[in-house]
Design a protein around this ligand. Structure first.
Ligand SMILES: Cc1cc2nc3c(=O)[nH]c(=O)nc-3n(C[C@H](O)[C@H](O)[C@H](O)COP(=O)(O)OP(=O)(O)OC[C@H]3O[C@@H](n4cnc5c(N)ncnc54)[C@H](O)[C@@H]3O)c2cc1C
Ligand code: FES
Length: 254
């Protein structure tokens, strides 16, 4: 679809949001799904870039991305009124009916979990949101969580009001202070190190953990085979784009 930039906002030097108006197709997006964005009309860079969907309102949707390389830098240079070629919504998202949700985001991993939190809040399902940031520069991400409660956050730098450390340590502190209802699910998205650390949290034994994975992607819909992640049993690979990006942590070999 063609999607027109309605709004652009820099949250920091490295974090940018774009709100775009697309077509009817985007209205069916569910939390955890993503889009493949062509960042340049010329084929340079050739490949589209995968980005999670943060918010959908009718045929308008919001992306939030970190500027890490050439593609995201070009995307951040788009201006209001410019059109982008966008494929999606793609992939399989999160399950939506836990009795209680524990949402664990690391940095830009807030994107699909913000969409999930908005959906759970609308349907009256209780949840807690834990966000981990690396430095003060990412503090503006906290503003998105003002409308949710309870919210706990951590920063690897010492910042007043936040837990000092990483979000997995914050999760462990949280888990040791509560008794969870049957049907609780954990939902996570963040850097690879965070996801690996989740695999080692003893207190999560017996609780289903759904994780949204990132991988390098060529096509976004199961054709190019560039996005493989090994199955837990070692018997082959999943395609992150088509079988995911959301998986049960117990299904993937990280
Ligand atoms: C399903 C999915 C959803 C995503 N959602 C978001 C999102 O909502 N917001 C966001 O900021 N980013 C998201 N990403 C990551 C984003 O796609 C990459 O950061 C982006 O493609 C990098 O493009 P680039 O041209 O700027 O960087 P490049 O020049 O291609 O690469 C710059 C650096 O980033 C690394 N990199 C590139 N792609 C990825 C990747 N997919 N995962 C990890 N490292 C990568 C490269 O190895 C390199 O070190 C998502 C990725 C996937 C697979
Ligand atoms: S990105 Fe092409 S198969 Fe997954």
């Amino acid at each position: 679809m063609k999607a027109m930039v309605q709004n652009k906002r820099f949250l920091s030097e490295k974090l940018c949001t774009l709100t775009l108006t697309g077509d009817e197709g985007i209205t069916s997006a569910s939390p955890g799904q993503f889009v493949m964005v062509k960042v340049n009309e010329a084929f340079d860079p050739f490949l589209r870039r995968p980005l999670g969907i943060m918010e959908v309102d009718g045929n308008t949707f919001t992306l939030l991305f970190e500027i890490v390389g050439r593609g995201t830098k070009m995307l951040a240079q788009k201006n209001v009124g410019e059109e982008l070629d966008v494929l999606g919504p793609l992939g399989k998202g999160f399950s939506l009916f836990p009795s209680f949700g524990i949402l664990v985001a690391g940095g830009r991993g807030i994107v699909p979990l913000y969409f999930l939190a908005s959906t759970l809040a609308r349907t009256g399902i209780p949840f807690v949101f834990l966000l981990g940031i690396r430095s003060r520069e990412e503090l503006p991400l906290l503003d998105f969580l003002e409308k949710f409660s309870p919210v706990f956050w951590s920063c690897e730098e010492e910042v007043p009001g936040g837990f000092c450390g990483d979000v997995v340590a914050l999760l462990q502190q949280y888990l040791s202070s509560v008794s969870l209802p049957v049907g609780t699910r954990v939902y996570a998205c963040g850097p690879e190190g965070m996801v690996r650390a989740l695999c080692r949290v003893e207190m999560l034994r017996g609780i289903p953990v759904e994780v949204s994975l990132e991988s390098l992607m060529g096509c976004g819909f199961g054709v190019c085979l560039s996005c493989g992640v090994e199955k837990k049993d070692g018997k082959g690979y999943y395609h992150v784009c088509k079988d995911g990006p959301v998986f049960l942590l117990s299904e993937v070999g990280l």
